[in-house]
Design a protein. Structure first.
Length: 341
């Protein structure tokens, strides 16, 4: 789907809580964070900046390409003035050196460890991006557009009872995923596993695969060990949600499976537009800049169309008559008309 600027997501008042058998076992109030405006541009920018903080500095040797006593031969030999390796009797003697355009020379603008590798992102901007990613995860069309297979999932966002936090074995975890309709997304991950293109396959990252469901819990009573070996599934404590995982690659719509306790705690973590968050000093949810960001919907609305003027009638243009005796284009048209006769 298209995100034209700011998109406030309309949410329903309650969300269904599903039990271990896949049947509804209750309801829980929808946290206000899911009504935050979705800013795809902000999420993409913040993700790009934060992803740079995992880089390690790398550089080339300061002496690479310049470890030779090469000197230019000067003018007069019908050869370029690039420095050349001294000596004779070897292939290397007389070859160009030093320059970034020659074989064996130094590179242009060599990489240095003093580069500004990492980026600082304002706290409020990071929080805005996180709440935008959370709000987008509650829209099924956005989740599907990211590639997740949720056709069998009964409701988005998907909230399971607190039994989820006490799952002990991977066998039980897989059974729960199959019951709630999330197993298809795991199978998509398994089918996507392929060997990495490039030299990375020789650097301990031989295979690549998609990302599957994200399980968010409040207390780890065995849930981490139960789910961590399922391909594509990631687990996070609700207090430690990260934009890099909520919107991988800067793309909104991560499929999230919540435990009831974690889902209820969101209100205290992010607050509302009126009340400050309990765990973030003085923080309130951002408000949308415009209620309807779609320009097409605004223009075609009854309120605007009722006060706009009607379309102007088309102008009637009169063409200047050209003299074919002095204008070659007019003469050519006459000649073509004569030939047609």
């Amino acid at each position: 789907p298209e995100f034209p600027g700011v998109m406030p997501v309309a949410t329903r008042p309650t969300v269904t809580v599903f039990g271990q058998d896949g049947q509804a076992s209750g309801n829980v109030a929808m946290p206000k964070v899911f009504s935050a405006p979705v800013r795809a541009d902000l999420v993409h920018f913040v993700h790009t900046q934060l992803a740079k903080n995992a880089r390690q500095p790398y550089a080339v040797s300061p002496m690479a390409g310049v470890e030779t006593p090469a000197q230019s031969w000067g003018p007069g030999r019908a050869m370029a003035r690039i420095p050349r390796v001294p000596g004779s009797g070897t292939h290397r003697a007389g070859q160009a050196a030093f320059g970034n355009m020659v074989r064996g020379g130094h590179m242009f603008a060599p990489n240095r460890t003093s580069r500004r590798w990492h980026r600082k992102v304002p706290t409020n901007m990071r929080r805005y991006a996180v709440v935008s990613a959370l709000a987008a995860s509650a829209v099924s069309s956005v989740v599907e557009s990211r590639g997740h297979v949720i056709a069998d999932v009964q409701e988005i966002p998907l909230v399971l009872g607190n039994f989820l936090e006490s799952v002990k074995t991977t066998k039980e975890a897989k059974a729960i995923l199959a019951t709630v309709g999330a197993q298809a997304d795991v199978e998509r991950v398994i089918a996507s596993k392929a060997m990495r293109a490039g030299a990375g396959k020789m650097r301990n990252r031989r295979f690549r695969q998609r990302l599957g469901p994200m399980v968010v819990y409040n207390e780890d009573n065995g849930v981490v060990k139960a789910f961590r070996n399922i391909p594509g599934v990631q687990l996070f404590q609700v207090d430690r949600l990260n934009l890099l995982n909520l919107a991988p690659g800067g793309h909104l719509g991560r499929f999230i499976i919540w435990s009831q306790a974690a889902f209820e705690k969101l209100e205290a973590i992010y607050g509302t537009r009126e009340e400050a968050a309990q765990f973030k000093t003085g923080y309130k949810l951002p408000a949308a800049m415009v209620a309807t960001p779609s320009l097409t919907r605004l223009i075609n609305s009854d309120e605007l169309q009722s006060v706009l003027r009607g379309a102007h009638p088309a102008k009637e243009y009169f063409h200047i008559k050209r003299n074919p005796l002095v204008n070659k284009h007019a003469a050519k048209k006459l000649q073509m008309a004569v030939r047609a006769l």
